[in-house]
Design a protein around this ligand. Structure first.
Ligand code: HEC
Ligand code: HEC
Ligand code: HEC
Ligand code: HEC
Length: 448
């Protein structure tokens, strides 16, 4: 398409997005912030034209009406699945768009009333990581939240708050998440994996407690108080063992499918994408930048910058006090999601260790910045930084950006001092024993 009207380009692009999304035969789409940048009427026009199943529970027009359906009920294997949609409020922007986006808590509560009686409630959210966890905590009755927006995208596995399972989607259609809940009973909430060593060590403790009880009973004159105390211990341990064993198997499975080169493009869509061409607005901006650059070069030729002498060095304006850019080969953390692609076995082990749950520990209480250094792992992408809310692979094996397989760019064994960055007795009462604890978390499972 020739460079021309921006509006026309936007419409063509929107049509292309609608066409490709519809190929997935979706049941429902939640309206996100980016979907309304061109105004609500624009999106409503598309919804009508393409029959897009959009919902938003909390976008309201100036006249008080909801422009999008507030919820949708889908029939899934004989069960009624209610889907609600929460859009992130941005009051100032909303005013300029002629809409109001209601606060999520109130809106979620009211919409849940609307879908009362559904078997499963799913919330599509654009609220961001933190508010989604807050939503699960404050508004009971949502079984699954599929989130997007601010905060960490693409959790290695769903997280859970109370009886709500939270999944996070990434952007630009780079992955598909698959959550399988067939056969799950939702009445008891979601069950997460339990570490095998937790079961084993509880079983061993129970065995020990039983032996002690027997020994006391066999004494010539057993103390009844001691028999009662030991008996209670055995009872408690058998109960926790039962709970731990009962906690398996988990009540759902989840996987992320990467839409990389191994997934073939749809020929018609690929053709449409390449014929869409660049955004005319961007083309114009680039052209202006190019002209400015040329002008600068010409000026430079006429008035060359003097060679640096001590004098003109002094006269030169001070450089901005910005940190030096790292050389390209400075290693950085790439994230557990990437490691998993090649190390599924170790990943499956790690998921069952407490390190995978380290972020959850912070949800139960007000976490301050100081908590993050041990409970989260910092990621650095080529631009911007983020954290993963786990003690990720790279917290132990080192930054992985230079590791492309083989033994290079990563360390296998983990030094005691490395564990002790975090296991230094910050929380009183726990004793870290490197030898014993190493065995519990080593990913090859050789310590169990
Ligand atoms: C210096 C590292 C470090 C810091 C800082 C830290 N933690 Fe921890 N946290 C740990 C370690 C290690 C454990 C595992 C138990 C242990 O060895 O003490 C743990 C365990 C916990 C647990 C128990 C988890 C469970 O499921 O049993 C909670 C809750 C917790 N931390 C919350 C916090 C909060 C809240 C903060 C901030 C105020 C914080 N932690 C700061 C290292 C740290
Ligand atoms: C708490 C620290 C810790 C974390 C977190 C951790 N590992 Fe490990 N990993 C170890 C230890 C310890 C070993 C055993 C090293 C040895 O002594 O040989 C190990 C071993 C491995 C090995 C070698 C296995 C073999 O059979 O040769 C791989 C691969 C590995 N880890 C990948 C991962 C991946 C991927 C993740 C994240 C999903 C991860 N690790 C998270 C500590 C950790
Ligand atoms: C593109 C695939 C790929 C990715 C991505 C990848 N690895 Fe590896 N990794 C390998 C291969 C292949 C080996 C060599 C296995 C062997 O020698 O048996 C290896 C070896 C390792 C080892 C053992 C090294 C040793 O000295 O024996 C560790 C630990 C490890 N990887 C951790 C990680 C971590 C952590 C990440 C994420 C930052 C990661 N890997 C990402 C393919 C990958
Ligand atoms: C980046 C910080 C960090 C590093 C590095 C780290 N851990 Fe941890 N570890 C934690 C946190 C946080 C927890 C608590 C997780 C929870 O239960 O929520 C934990 C929990 C554990 C637990 C369970 C403790 C309990 O009482 O339940 C063991 C065992 C453990 N770590 C062993 C190790 C070993 C061994 C290493 C080194 C090979 C290591 N960790 C490295 C942060 C770390």
């Amino acid at each position: 398409m020739p460079v021309g009207d921006e509006r026309q380009w936007l419409e063509s692009r929107a049509a292309l997005i609608a066409d490709s999304l519809l190929k997935m035969k979706p049941d429902v789409f939640g309206v996100g912030r980016k979907d309304i940048v061109n105004g609500v009427p624009f999106l409503l026009g598309l919804m009508d034209k393409y029959d897009l199943p959009l919902i938003s529970s909390n976008i309201v027009l100036d006249n008080g009406k909801h422009p999008f359906p507030r919820a949708k009920i889908i029939d899934w294997r004989g069960k009624k699945v209610a889907v609600i949609g929460l859009t992130y409020p941005m009051p100032e922007r909303d005013r300029s768009l002629g809409i109001r986006v209601e606060g999520w808590e109130e809106s979620a509560r009211r919409t849940l009333e609307l879908v009362k009686g559904a078997d499963i409630v799913v919330a599509l959210s654009d609220l961001g990581f933190d508010d989604e966890h807050e939503l699960a905590r404050r508004v009971p009755g949502i079984n699954i939240i599929i989130g997007g927006g601010q905060g960490q995208r693409l959790l290695p596995d769903p997280s859970r708050v109370g009886d709500t399972l939270i999944l996070r989607a990434s952007d630009r259609g780079r992955q598909i998440g698959e959550l399988n809940i067939a056969g799950a009973s939702l009445s008891g909430g979601w069950r997460l994996p339990v570490a095998p060593y937790q079961v084993d060590s509880t079983r061993a403790e129970l065995e020990k407690a039983r032996l002690a009880l027997d020994a006391e009973k066999k004494k010539p004159s057993p103390s009844s108080a001691e028999v009662e105390r030991l008996g209670k211990g055995v009872e408690i341990l058998s109960r926790s063992l039962k709970t731990l064993e009962g906690a398996r198997p988990v009540s759902f499975s989840h996987k992320t499918i990467y839409l990389d080169d191994s997934v073939k493009d749809d020929a018609a869509i690929a053709k449409a994408v390449s014929s869409l061409g660049p955004n005319p607005e961007e083309v114009r901006r680039e052209e202006i930048a190019r002209q400015a650059m040329e002008l600068a070069k010409k000026n430079q030729a006429l008035n060359p910058t003097p060679a640096p002498t001590p004098k003109n060095r002094q006269a030169a304006p001070k450089a901005e006090a910005s940190p030096p850019a790292p050389p390209d080969n400075t290693p950085y953390n790439t994230g557990t999601v990437l490691c998993r692609k090649c190390h599924q076995k170790e990943y499956d082990f790690w998921v069952k260790t407490p390190h995978y749950r380290a972020g959850n520990a912070l949800y139960r209480q007000k976490a301050e910045g100081e908590c993050f250094s041990c409970h989260y792992t910092k990621l650095v992408f080529s631009s911007g930084a983020a954290v993963e809310q786990v003690v990720g692979c790279e917290a132990c094996h080192g930054r992985g950006s230079l590791h492309k397989g083989g033994k290079e760019g990563i360390s296998r064994a983990v030094e005691e001092s490395s564990c002790k960055r975090c296991h230094l007795g910050f929380h009183e009462g726990k004793v870290f024993d490197f030898k014993r604890d190493y065995g519990k978390i080593r990913c090859d499972g050789k310590g169990l």
